[in-house]
Design a protein around this ligand. Structure first.
Ligand SMILES: [Zn+2]
Length: 316
């Protein structure tokens, strides 16, 4: 049995919802779901293509709620894109009861496509999402460190601060759409920025997904991170960002080490050397500082906020 098949610390014993993960075929998703059950996680907000969402809903009844991913190859013809995207969303709601739409608007995507999240060609999508009460899960920005290697060409990628314009404009234009900005809004390095965003936009939520990024940045400023989470516990959703089948040879431990680190980070106390190698770390292993969150806050992050935001009920 793997050393990582059980959490390193179990204070919270209730049902858990993984509020951000990526589905593929049911056959590929099975190993992940088995691992998750050992951690008490039996409900998933899974993003991916509608076919993958459908497959997982058949294979794991009552466990997977979908966030459908759009295609942008028609964006050059705004009207055709709008029709195609809204048709897909309507079908996803009717056939698979999806709860949201996933958007991946990181700097590389912005630069490659010229498309930003506040582009008016996306307005019909958000109008429909407001009517259908669908959540927008969006990835904006990337770790600060990436502007030192991947995004050095700021003429092409812009600054990290500038990439938030698209988020803020969209939040303002569609106050009726709830937005879950992934990975602490893409800015766990700057908790003061996150506070401002939450203050200014009542329709904004953050998820705590992306294991290496969260472990690295929150451990570096553990006291401030703990204060932030206590202060903002009603606007945060836990998730892993695990990508089923990221590689064809994914092992049990590839999945389990992520959950292992998460459980220590939120529930544990003191330092734990991370079993995951992190190319963005200044020093390895990353020392994960347990934030020792109180039980009522853990329940909000692990379960209640996702239930409220998505209108779902966590499976026991
Ligand atoms: Zn993701």
């Amino acid at each position: 049995m793997s050393h990582f098949s059980q959490p390193p610390v179990v204070r919270y014993r209730g049902p858990m919802v993984d509020g951000h993960m990526h589905v593929r075929t049911a056959a590929e998703t099975r190993l992940f779901a088995e691992m998750a059950a050992g951690y008490g996680v039996r409900t998933f907000l899974g993003n991916g293509d509608l076919g993958f969402i459908a497959d997982c809903r058949r294979a794991f009844p009552g466990r997977f709620y979908g966030l459908v991913r759009l295609r942008y190859d028609l964006i050059g013809d705004g009207a055709a894109f709008g029709r195609c995207a809204t048709d897909l969303i309507e079908r996803a709601v009717a056939e698979e009861d999806v709860r949201g739409v996933k958007f991946w608007f990181k700097p590389a995507f912005n630069a490659d496509t010229g498309l930003f999240w506040d582009d008016p060609r996306l307005d019909p999508v958000f109008d429909l999402m407001g009517r259908r009460r669908l959540v927008a899960l969006v990835h904006i920005a990337d770790p600060d460190a990436w502007w030192r290697h991947a995004y050095c060409d700021t003429a092409r990628y812009g600054t990290k601060a500038a990439t938030y314009r698209q988020l803020v404009n969209r939040l303002r234009r569609h106050p009726d759409v709830q937005v879950q900005a992934a990975h602490l809004g893409g800015d766990p390095e700057h908790l003061d920025h996150l506070d401002r965003l939450l203050d200014e936009h009542p329709n904004l939520w953050f998820d705590l997904s992306a294991t290496k990024w969260m472990a690295r940045e929150l451990s570096r400023q553990a006291d401030a991170a703990r204060d932030f989470i206590l202060r903002r516990a009603d606007r945060l959703v836990w998730g892993s960002d695990l990508v089923v089948g990221r590689r064809p040879d994914m092992t049990f431990d590839d999945y389990a080490t992520r959950y292992y680190v998460h459980r220590h980070l939120w529930e544990g106390r003191g330092p734990l050397p991370s079993p995951i190698s992190d190319e963005d770390a200044e020093q390895e292993p990353v020392i994960v500082q347990g934030l020792d969150l109180p039980m009522d806050v853990l329940e909000q992050l692990y379960r209640l906020n996702a239930e409220h935001l998505y209108g779902i009920c966590a499976a026991e």
